[in-house]
Design a protein around this ligand. Sequence first.
Ligand code: NAD
Length: 477
Amino acid sequence: MSQKQLDSVTKALSTYPGRDKAIRSLAFYLLLHAPGSVRQKELQALAKQLSGCRLVMRQFNHPSMIKACQMLLQTKKGDPIEYYAGAGVTIIYTVYGVAELIAWLADAGILALDAARWYRYCLYLWIGGMKILVTGAAGFIGSHTVLELVESGYDVFCIDNFVNAVADDQGRPVSLLRVAEITGKQIPFEKCDVCDINQLDEIFKKHKFDGLIHLAALKAVGESVAKPYDYYSNNLVASLNLIKMCQKYGVKNFIFSSSATVYGPPKELPITENSPTGQGITNPYGQTKYMMEQILIDVGKAEPDWNIVLLRYFNPVGAHKSGKIGEDPKGVPNNLMPFVSQVAIGKLPVLTIYGDKFDTPDGTGVRDYIHIVDLAKGHVKALDRIKAKGHIGTEIYNLGTGTGYSVKEMVAAMEKASGRKISTKIGVPRPGDVATVYCDPALAKEKLNWQAEFGLDDMCCDLWRWQTQNPNGFLEA
Ligand SMILES: NC(=O)c1ccc[n+]([C@@H]2O[C@H](COP(=O)([O-])OP(=O)(O)OC[C@H]3O[C@@H](n4cnc5c(N)ncnc54)[C@H](O)[C@@H]3O)[C@@H](O)[C@H]2O)c1
């Protein structure tokens, strides 16, 4: 390999998300199968050069690789079980490495293949058997996240206590039955209140989880002001119970549903992950998210081998494109878009716009709305990152589009999607409402290789499809 080729390979690899595993696997393959060959020298040169672009030799020191290598090289005459275990790991690394390499070649345009398909295939190989507990799985974000996890090859186990989800007459979660219909795969579920530590213990004992996504929470901002005890108790106890179970059963990958509310009224725009948090939060719901973040950050310091990802969602809207799952608020919706779509379909008479004198182009509040499917995919990407890196410690990401839309723009987009006129009236601003909130999602793009794909029209068309196919939500579709 010439220096020029080496340079171009290095450049291409430095931007390829699966590069670490590709190089690691390739190196392992060559070390085992071509010791002392020219290829090995090339590889060492490549590895040396790549160490300049963060692809360092630690990739060659991955504990399971070293162990497998030792088993193979030292135990040939010894324990056959160890030998075959080592050989098994080698084969997995090698198969994965070859697949990764093909994906990389396709990605870099060297092979004419569909890189995305190959990359997914590699991930299937890599994550096979990774079992994720999803709490609050029957809810709006939970059901979409479970769908994306299953589509990406993760094993899931779902729990929910139905405090804000619909069960059929046999006690099964209707949203997850729909996910099973869409994916063609069974979705394992057990009714469980995450605040019930004994039931949780039984579940952790029965299943060997590799990680969890914790979505279960009460989430209505206004209700949290009226019922602070319920919110602090449910949201904090549930999360603390999960941390305790993770400690007891050695589960080290914890993804937490946080919220843009932790930022309080923004002092600067766009909001980055380094913007201040915890100041000016006006309601108990937001406080529970902020408190849980602080607790998890402390747990991350005390448990240095854990991976904790705090995902700060902005405003998820829309529905899965099948129209089979979506947001199904109980009673009058608290969030803008479910309200707007219920006005459009005639279930509610008029939308009150809380204030039109804000310092925004049309005077109404501007927020960062994100398609629910994009948000769901963010969770998959967080797990993919943990899987690819092995250890990341505690990381925080904004999940938003980085673009703000005003209430009036959202109403206009929904009128376009539905072909209906949406009645509005202007009310007074609610306490604590701010003019504009939108995030900088660059960190998630850089580290998670994630960015929102869907725009405003997709959000509204998909929401409208869900609304028209399920005018009364999951109960009477
Ligand atoms: N939807 C949003 O706009 C938004 C924004 C930021 C953060 N979040 C967070 O995302 C998560 C999911 O939100 P969502 O919009 O899907 O809400 P949701 O109400 O649709 O889903 C939450 C689910 O958790 C369940 N649940 C609540 N407490 C539970 C408990 N103790 N045990 C078991 N299940 C329990 C509910 O039954 C519900 O199905 C929540 O943590 C929420 O705070 C939501």
